[in-house]
Design a protein around this ligand. Structure first.
Ligand SMILES: Cc1ncc(COP(=O)(O)OP(=O)(O)O)c(N)n1
Ligand code: TZP
Ligand code: MG
Length: 284
């Protein structure tokens, strides 16, 4: 997930003369590394048929595949995950259905929603709409200032979405996004592969020109309470602070060993560590 940079969401009304799979395959060949089936019109059985076809395509091409709105379809089609909006199922319910390994993405329109999604255990968020868009005409633009806020405050991957096309992608990246998501600019393009290649080019050039931040360079990949995460934290205390647990009544285990709280500042967290924070339940 962390490697994914260009997310393309389907929208068959944008290409009435071409098939879903043809267009999504072109997008993937152009550089989309995560794709979503978003279809508000089909009955569920038809949706499942499309989801299974997209699963087959994405398996063949090695791309992540997400189903919009429906955890049951995501499960039945063996998708990599589901995308949920603010009015869709909450993350906890979807997590119960999908288990710990499938991805859950959440739409967010402002920073408090992003922080709530992160705390609820989302794997990534969509941030937007950055610009007004005909794909979601009733949703006001969150603007580039939300992208800058998210870049400063959100730790899980976020995809800027909404009205993004090759002509404004550099502005969105300059505001702090490192991942982009598009519907109409790709699937409504006469050449979806080329549209993706252009978006991907901006993302990759921007990434190459950003000096690696010391914290990014030092990020360790850990498992925290069963979930794979990346963190700049160097010690158990810093990790607890990142999860806002430093002042809470929790017990910490590192690789199966309980670590006394007094040692948290001195215990390093390293690549591959398994950390458990266990909450006390009840009063006292
Ligand atoms: C990656 C991504 N981000 C946002 C959305 C929008 O989801 P939602 O707000 O639930 O709206 P609908 O797409 O369901 O109309 C998305 N689908 N994907
Ligand atoms: C589904 C969704 N959620 C927020 S904006 C949006 C639509 C993005 O579509 P487009 O890339 O065509 O503006
Ligand atoms: Mg939705």
């Amino acid at each position: 997930m962390h490697e994914c940079k260009l997310y393309v969401v389907s929208g068959e009304n944008y290409h009435p003369d071409r098939g879903l799979l043809e267009v999504m395959e072109a997008a993937i060949r152009g550089g989309a590394d995560i794709v979503q089936l978003r279809d508000k019109a089909s009955p569920k059985r038809e949706l499942l048929r499309k989801a299974r076809a997209m699963r087959e395509l994405t398996r063949r091409l090695g791309t992540l595949f997400i189903v919009n709105d429906h955890p049951d379809i995501a499960l039945a089609a063996e998708a990599d995950g589901v995308h949920l909006g603010q009015d869709d199922l909450p993350v906890a319910s979807a997590r119960q259905m999908l288990g710990p390994d499938r991805l859950i993405g959440v739409s967010t329109h402002a920073l408090p929603q992003a922080i709530a999604a992160e705390r609820a255990g989302a794997d990534y968020i969509g941030a937007g709409p950055v610009y007004p868009t005909g794909t979601k005409p009733d949703r006001p633009a969150a603007t580039l200032s939300y992208i800058s806020e998210a870049a400063r405050a959100v730790r899980i991957p976020f995809f800027a979405i909404g009205g993004i096309h090759p002509g404004n992608a550099e502005d969105v990246l300059a505001a702090g996004a490192s991942r982009l998501c598009a519907v109409s600019a790709v699937v409504g393009s006469p050449d979806p592969e080329e549209a993706c290649r252009r978006l991907r080019g901006y993302i990759d050039r921007r990434q190459a020109s950003r000096p690696p931040s010391p914290s990014a360079a030092a990020r360790a990949r850990l498992t925290v309470n069963g979930r794979a995460v990346e963190t700049p934290a160097a010690t158990l205390l810093e990790l607890a602070a990142e999860y806002r647990l430093a002042d809470r009544r929790v017990v910490a285990e590192r690789n199966g060993e309980v670590v006394p709280r007094a040692s948290w500042p001195d215990v390093p967290v390293r690549e591959g560590d398994r950390i458990e924070f266990v909450h006390f339940v009840g009063g006292g």
